[in-house]
Design a protein around this ligand. Structure first.
Ligand code: BES
Ligand code: MN
Ligand code: ZN
Length: 511
């Protein structure tokens, strides 16, 4: 499998003054009706004069998203050949997510104008709430997230892009913080390489990424990082009575797998378990989906992909913590060996499930995976899954749904999501929803009727987690991929949602 492992734009921190920058493009942040003089204070008189003239004549106002590339004025004090004026919007409204978009925009401009080195002068009003290093972190993330490409199978485009010279972005921040900022850039790089891995896996089509191939990728991770990978093949799954995973996979020639990745660098600290749904292609099975957008069901393994990206990122950062990542992988296809609506299966936990609809397959494989997670005795279990279309209806693409049995846990994750951009929003797991999945012929059924689809799916999963264990379920059906291309830091395709969220959660609560 071909992968995008590095990023075409290098980033670093510079401590030299703009005057010393030779042959570069100097980017100057301008605020909407803010303090242009303030942002320009470090530049020479000529530059200041020219920029103020452009503002006065209305070429640029400083609104968010505005950019203007101009030849640098003949100023003995400035050696840069070009100036890139960047609108930042209202200074008070600057937030990490808008800065990620801006970072992605900068990356695109570097690419388009073949800028070899872009010096970004981060200037903020002293009274601003957001710290300079936070601005840099968000910009750097945006540069990474926005310059991802999945073009391994575009032979011609790939040839053309080989000819493009790589760019470099230098952030100019206060001198005494440069070492700390450089470290921060390394952290952003490790996290975003994790996002890249999640996106690469997510974007692979069903024919090229089968459960077996996904398991090989986990072995690959174990070869390159201090991660221990265990793969259960069909035979082992039968032995362990993992009939949820087996039932979903039985219609396909590509047999299912249960992938476990362990990273233990935290001594006797408590363990975090992360579980990710990986249906490498979801046709619906015998309860076949309609053809419209069915190709997007290659993304039905994005929960598992996030677990892969997260494991790689924490291992690359060498975080001192204990994590187990569990990824049940299966392909959901109709055939003469496929499971049927009405089938009753016994999961590894022992619970009997009536399969009403073979398209509600995610919860069946997660049932066994969550039960498997219990055997590691984790302090917290978080699962991610492209589980329900109902979640897309409820929240669209702007937030994932979150459910669980600990309000404190949900609130912590929600807060981290607000900061990192992988936003989550709570949905209930009332007992009334549990009633909806009661079956007359088995313990539970896999569909709870037309109403509250995300909550009934969450309730289903709750039955496979020990009540005393803190657990959160994140439904990423609406956020795992984005075909609109409307956000500069989310190129069309898999978004890698969850990787940054898990990284920051793990670092905050398990290091
Ligand atoms: N993978 C789908 C959920 C999905 C649908 C994610 C659309 C993203 C976009 C899941 O396996 C599924 O098919 N769920 C069914 C459940 C239903 C049959 C109870 C659904 O949501 O329609
Ligand atoms: Mn399905
Ligand atoms: Zn599915």
């Amino acid at each position: 499998m071909q992968r995008m492992t590095d990023q075409p734009i290098k980033m670093d921190v510079t401590t030299t003054t703009p005057q010393k920058w030779r042959g570069n493009t100097l980017a100057i942040a301008l605020y909407d009706n803010g303090h242009p003089q303030d942002a320009l204070s470090e530049c020479g008189e000529e530059v200041k004069k020219e920029v103020l003239r452009l503002i006065k004549e209305g070429w640029i106002k400083g609104k968010a998203g505005e950019t203007l590339l101009i030849p640098a004025p003949n100023d003995s004090a400035i050696l840069a050949k070009r100036l890139l004026l960047v609108g930042m919007g209202e200074e008070k409204k600057i937030n990490p997510e808008s800065l990620r978009g801006l970072g992605a925009q900068l990356a695109a401009l570097c690419h388009k104008h073949q800028i070899s080195t872009l010096n970004f002068l981060i200037n903020l009003d002293k009274h601003n709430q957001i710290k300079r290093w936070k601005v840099m972190e968000a910009l750097a993330e945006g540069v990474w997230l926005g310059s991802y490409r999945f073009d391994h199978y575009c032979a011609e485009k790939k040839e053309a892009s080989k000819k493009i010279k790589p760019s470099k972005i230098l952030f100019s921040i206060c001198q005494e913080r440069s070492a700390r900022c450089r470290k921060l850039l390394d952290k952003v790089a490790a996290t975003c390489r994790g996002v890249y891995l999640a996106r690469d896996l997510g974007n692979q089509p069903g024919n090229l990424l089968t459960p077996q191939i996904l398991a090989e990728q986990a072995v690959n991770l174990a070869n390159n990082f201090p991660i221990k990978t265990t793969v259960l093949t069909e035979k082992a799954l039968i032995k362990k009575k993992m009939n949820g995973i087996l039932a979903v996979g039985q219609g396909s020639q590509n047999s299912p797998r249960l992938i476990t990745m362990e990273y233990r660098k935290g001594g006797d600290k408590p363990l975090l378990a992360v579980v990710g749904k990986a249906v490498t292609f979801d046709s619906g099975g015998i309860s076949l989906k309609s053809a419209n957008k069915m190709e997007e069901m290659k993304f039905d393994m994005c929960g598992g992909a996030a677990v892969f990206g997260f494991m790689q990122a924490i291992a690359e950062m060498k975080l001192p913590l204990n994590v187990v990542g569990i990824v049940p992988a299966a392909e959901n296809l109709p055939s003469s060996t496929a499971q049927r609506p009405g089938d009753i299966i016994q999961t590894a936990k022992g619970l009997f499930v009536e399969v009403i609809n073979t398209d509600a397959e995610g919860r069946l494989i997660l049932a066994d995976a969550l039960h498997h997670a219990e055997s590691f005795n984790p302090a917290v279990t978080i699962d991610l899954a492209t589980l329900t279309g109902a979640c897309v209806v409820a929240l669209g693409s702007h937030a994932s749904g979150i459910m669980g049995n600990s309000d404190t846990l949900l609130r912590s994750i929600q807060k981290i999501g607000d900061n990192c951009g992988d936003r989550v929003w709570p949905l209930p797991l009332f007992d009334a929803y549990q009633e909806q999945i009661r079956s007359t012929v088995a313990d539970i059924k896999n569909v709870g009727g037309p109403g509250g689809g995300t909550s009934t799916a969450g309730c289903f999963l709750s039955r496979f987690v020990d009540e005393k264990r803190r657990w959160a379920h994140i439904d990423i059906a609406g956020t795992a991929w984005d075909m609109s291309g409307s956000k500069p830091h989310f190129p069309k395709g898999a978004t890698g949602v969850g990787v940054r969220l898990l990284c920051q959660y793990a670092e905050k609560f398990f290091v």
